[in-house]
Design a protein around this ligand. Structure first.
Ligand SMILES: Nc1ncnc2c1ncn2[C@@H]1O[C@H](COP(=O)(O)OP(=O)(O)OP(=O)(O)O)[C@@H](O)[C@H]1O
Ligand SMILES: [Mg+2]
Length: 497
């Protein structure tokens, strides 16, 4: 791998946004046919570096070498013509167009042919899919596809453009491990063709399974670079956050006998059937299963986003009306949805506003007046607890890095004091240091007597905090792993069987 020719090189890149020094003298070297992991904590500058190498942002200083030419700034069209393609954190596809139209879209934008016929688009799509051994209907509308399929469409679009360097900014956050398998196959097919793949991931297992080489960024600086064999889990974590982080199982024995959340044989046709469990005060219950198993829909139903047609859900003995979010909220349920960037946040509003959006009533005095000092203190405390990397709390959420945006949504719900806290994939896209911080906050919430329902497919995370783990398969609750049996091996084995 180290003998392969360098296809793209960045040297001494600097970039600031106002007072935030996003990149400081950063170097990156990409070789043909390698899988290169760009690693780093939230806000360390990974997405910024990718934007600079794809011509979306201009660096303040530094140079970029591509195909033997050196430049101080790439244009978007220039980078595409050099074979650089990017799959962004948000995919940037068009939901109301078909698969084929999406795949052919940027080949048209790049200007090779002014107009592409539907037939040509379909043929191009089929050729690309064949190369990657994929089978997605080119005529399907994108909005009809799963997130995993959309991801693959984004890759097809990149490949339709004679890609030489493919950047994937957190390609697997929305996928579960079986879909990640398909992505891995696609990556090896591309690699065999000499395409360089640069990917961002916060999952260490994945980094080791995929990468040939790793570059680690911390606070905008490159702190480590080398072949994958030069790292192990501990040294990678140390490079990422400057310290070790253990994923120990720490669960309190302090669960009360009193039932808080009672889910009694609820069904929603086509989604899940006869789901029953009882969660107690101070208990953290994990709900896991493959994507499509119904685990997310069960959570949605508990919070009233999806109606259940039979059965009942109660908090402290009071029934919640099916399909009624207001009734779930007044019963004391808070919900952190999985699709946080569209459901949970106001991107163009201030970080501070977003953080207090859900807890506003507790910050008002008896007359309903808001107390600015209390709000400010609450915001500062959350920023500190979640180690949010912010310039000022008054900046818009859109100025934050992807992982810091996620943490704002989680922080907003952690600031409330519900009876039941339901979280769907709360640490997806969050780096390893702040993941530990979020899990610790969940333990503290439970210690205050709150009942926590954690929907996740991150096995080490479930094992680290959950008293019990429930497994959903094809819409049914098929297994319950009791506290004394909760281990990484047991949960992994029983949730995929
Ligand atoms: N448009 C912008 N305006 C202001 N600050 C920005 C902007 N874009 C990025 N930043 C800041 O630059 C820093 C690096 O952000 P970047 O998005 O590159 O991080 P990242 O490594 O991709 O993190 P994550 O893992 O959370 O996605 C962050 O502190 C971020 O707040
Ligand atoms: Mg990012």
């Amino acid at each position: 791998m180290t003998d392969n020719p360098v296809v793209l090189r960045a040297r001494g890149i600097d970039k600031s946004y106002g007072g935030v020094h996003a990149l400081a003298d950063a170097d990156l070297e990409i070789r043909a046919g390698e899988v290169h992991c760009l690693a780093g904590a939230n806000g360390s500058g990974k997405s910024t570096l990718i934007k600079i190498l794809s011509g979306v942002e201009a660096p303040d200083r530094g140079e970029i070498e591509i195909a033997g030419t050196v430049t101080s700034k790439l244009s978007v069209v220039g980078s595409i013509s050099h074979g650089i393609q990017v799959i962004y954190q948000d995919l940037s596809l068009f939901p109301n167009l078909t698969v084929a139209e999406n795949v052919a879209m940027t080949t048209r934008v790049a200007g090779r042919a002014r107009i592409i016929s539907i037939t040509a688009a379909r043929e191009l799509t089929l050729t690309v899919m064949k190369r990657l051994e994929l089978d997605i209907d080119p005529d399907a509308l994108l909005e009809e596809l799963s997130v995993a399929q959309r991801q693959l469409v984004a890759i097809c679009r990149a490949i339709a453009n004679d890609v030489r360097v493919l950047f994937m900014d957190e390609p697997t956050t929305a996928l579960t491990w079986n879909e990640v398998g398909t992505l891995f196959q696609v990556v090896s097919a591309l690699k065999a063709d000499g395409v360089a793949i640069v990917f961002v991931s916060h999952k260490t297992e994945e980094v080791f399974a995929l990468s040939d080489r790793i570059t680690v960024l911390r606070n905008g600086k490159v702190v480590a670079v080398g072949g994958v064999a030069e790292f192990d889990r501990d040294s990678l974590v140390e490079a990422l956050i400057g310290r070790q982080e253990l994923e120990e199982r720490i669960v309190s024995s302090d669960v009360h006998d009193s039932p808080v959340l009672e889910v009694n044989s609820i069904s929603a046709p086509g989604l899940f059937a006869e789901i029953s469990f009882t969660a107690h005060a101070g208990e953290i219950i994990g709900l896991t299963g493959l994507m499509g198993s119904g685990r997310s829909e069960v959570a949605d139903a508990i919070f009233g986003i999806i109606p259940f047609t039979s059965g009942r859900v109660a908090v402290d003995g009071h029934d919640i009306r099916s399909g009624d979010v207001a009734s779930a909220i007044s019963a004391g349920i808070a919900y952190v949805p999985s699709d946080r960037l569209t459901q949970g946040i106001f991107l163009d509003q201030a970080i501070s506003r977003n953080l207090v959006a859900s807890s506003i009533s507790s910050l008002a005095n008896k007359l309903g007046w808001l107390r600015p000092k209390a709000i400010r203190a609450g915001v500062d405390k959350l920023i500190d607890e979640l180690s949010l990397k912010v310039g000022s709390p008054d900046d818009p959420v859109s100025s934050l890095s992807g992982g810091n945006q996620q943490r704002v949504v989680i922080g907003k719900w952690l600031a409330t004091n519900p009876r039941v806290l339901v979280l769907n994939g709360p640490t997806v896209g969050v780096d390893i240091g702040s993941k530990a911080a979020i899990l610790q906050i969940l333990r503290e919430k439970a210690a205050q007597g709150i009942t926590v329902l954690l929907i996740s497919d991150d096995v080490p995370e479930l094992v680290s905090v959950c008293h019990r783990v429930l497994v959903v398969r094809r819409g049914r609750l098929v297994d319950e792993i009791a506290s004394q049996n909760v281990t990484v091996e047991a949960v992994r084995e029983r949730s995929i069987a």
